[in-house]
Design a binder for this molecule. Sequence first.
Ligand code: TYM
Length: 345
Amino acid sequence: MDKKEDAIDGESELNMSTKKPAVFSGVAPSGSLHIGNYIGAIRHWVEFQDKEDNIFCVVDLHAITTPQDPRKLKEKIYEVAALYLACGINPDKSKIFVQSHNPDHAQLAWILNCVTPIGWMRRMTQFKDKSQKQKEIVSMGLFDYPVLMAADILLYQTNEVPVGEDQKQHVEITRDIARRFNSRFGEAFTIPKAVIDTTGARIMSLQNPLAKMSKSDPNPDGSIFLLDDADAVQHKIRIAVTDSGKEVKASENKPALKNLLTIYSVLGNESVEALEERYQGVGYREFKADLAEVVIEFLRPIQKKYREIWESRGYLDDVLRRGLEMVRPVSHETLARVRELVGLG
Ligand code: TYM
């Protein structure tokens, strides 16, 4: 990974340890996982597994900050967990669990709410975007989303948070909250940093190359989901928006082609430059047909593994139970210290 680490560190004594860096990240089961989630986040989790001490969470409490169908949510939680495994997260190397199964997250979030200035929260761009799009009444939970995310990260003395570009501001506010708490009450939290790749940190919608690919996009043609079948992939790529002209080039004034080339490059494991050269003088049609094949081939083993895991639900429950057992002592220790520092009984 061509890592773009977001911040200078070493501000906390807890960061000075010689242990493997602690990594925490998660996906909200608020829809189906798409290739943007994979390219921006999950592929890096897989890549870091041996070097780091990883926790990957299914953040279901974040999912309910926007309205969810209760029956579907339950299924999505397990679908996301199974997809972590299918994408290559190895439960012998990484801990996987469901956020709401560990009540420490909600409790720490409450305590952090009480040290977070409301003005910081009002600046969160994702809240502004989501609340504008939402037709129903915007919940307090949606407003408070970044504080819960801070709790997720800080509970585990996390050093690194591998995420896509859209989560950068949330990790920054996590750092601010941690510093504020540490200086007001005493050292409790490691100061984490976002780890964001320079490639693929913001995969765009296939229907609108100026908007990010999003689980909550009402138009399914904008996203390629990890569980899309070959026909759906072919169809979505065939009708994907392109730029004017004929050249297959990743320039700034060709945002649609740049996006398609990024997807091709990452999933097909070939540089953008090599692709530009190969498709010189070749029309969009042929390029898109090849891209569809690359995506289908990339998804095939993930979907196969997913189906195997889905059929052995006992195994998945076991992975999540073991993950929870391993993370609980760490979050418990952090929370106990926080409670002590704050003066809670
Ligand atoms: P979520 O569920 O929206 O997305 C999960 C991960 O996928 C990345 N991502 C993308 N990357 C590239 N292109 C895209 N179009 C794209 N869309 C999404 C996201 O940046 C993210 O890394 N708030 C988080 C979940 C969360 C979390 C945490 C993450 C809750 N607590 C603690 C890290 C640490 C979210 O909603 O991600």
